[in-house]
Design a protein around this ligand. Sequence first.
Ligand code: ASP
Ligand code: MG
Length: 411
Amino acid sequence: MPVLVMKFGGTSVATLDRIRRAAKRVGVEVAKGYDVIVIVSAMSGKTNELVGWVGETSKFYDAREYDAVVSSGENVTAGLMALTLQEMDVPARSWQGWQVPLKTNSAHSQARIEEIPTDNINAKFAEGMRVAVVAGFQGISPEGRITTLGRGGSDTTAVAFAAAFDAERCDIYTDVDGVYTTDPRITDKARKLDKIAFEEMLELASLGAKVLQTRSVELAMRFGVRLRVLSSFEEQSDEAGTLVCAEEDIMENRPVSGIAFSRDEAKMTLISIADRPGIAAAIFGPLAEAGINVDMIVQNISEEGRTDMTFSCPVDQVARAEKALNTAKEAGDINFHALVADTNVAKVSAVGIGMRSQSGVAAQMFKTLSDEGINIRVIATSEIKISVLIDRKYMELAVQALHDTFELEKA
Ligand code: ASP
Ligand code: MG
């Protein structure tokens, strides 16, 4: 029988009542003839609570025990979902990650999936079981310890199962009814997209549209898993939600598909560093070692052998970045006159695969911001994205203006 993967996020399993609703959706697909693999998150808020408990217990905690604790939320919902399905006379049972086993590497709290053997679950399907409920977000390391896949990781669990079982589709049930042109809380003109390309979704996901874990989209792209994002709170048809798919499956060709943003950015500038071979490596090496997620980088024109280097990173990493750079300075590896941090910036990006073939998108974006009197602090571009760093207080205005100028409200 064809396999379908259905993933239910935290809000979709937040109460016993919601678990019942989700189970009914699963029942509909079973009735259509699918063998279903259900991936569940923990009840909403549960993982945050568990993470908090770990922090309160131990400041520099053992990551293996962190994983033991924070993975437990999914165990509860997996068992409850299986019980609910059994109550509906649907043959179902639950699996924790280690039982499958979902094998990962040993990078606790950020583990990567290495292998998902299918024989265990397939044997049960062959015996007549119709639904395998699997606890998302967790696996087992080569050392036999419980691992977790990073926050939002059950999306990645779902896609990995869809790839391993060659599923017809991977449906991600969440509290929004799809992927939007931008966050509807910022403009009510935001429109749900019927389809979006993997590449676009990757840009939107990593730019702060928090619908799917970035790694889940990377994985879906690599294995060609058709991914559908839809709401568990509405009656659903087969066309509901947003399909994340290959570029070739998308007919409409507009330059920009969505406006993404990230509110909590910081801009850091090293003033007057020596402009010599190896200087960038000397700066960004220590930052990488300190785990700083550097995003945009700009090196200015140099004068008399000295230049300024600017980069952006999440605002909550500024203190760590400062420490890493000052340590490198003390060690004599780099030399700068001053390190200036601006913690009041936000990043706004226009994303679209259509940019590859249409020119003038950047010019239109800059003109729009200029008409609104918004100063651009840093610009970065890729093939399908233009990002600007601006003062945070103008972020909403910029998103609304760009949404208008690229006519994203129109289908
Ligand atoms: N429960 C985990 C988290 O909150 C994993 C997930 O829901 O995707 O991050
Ligand atoms: Mg999520």
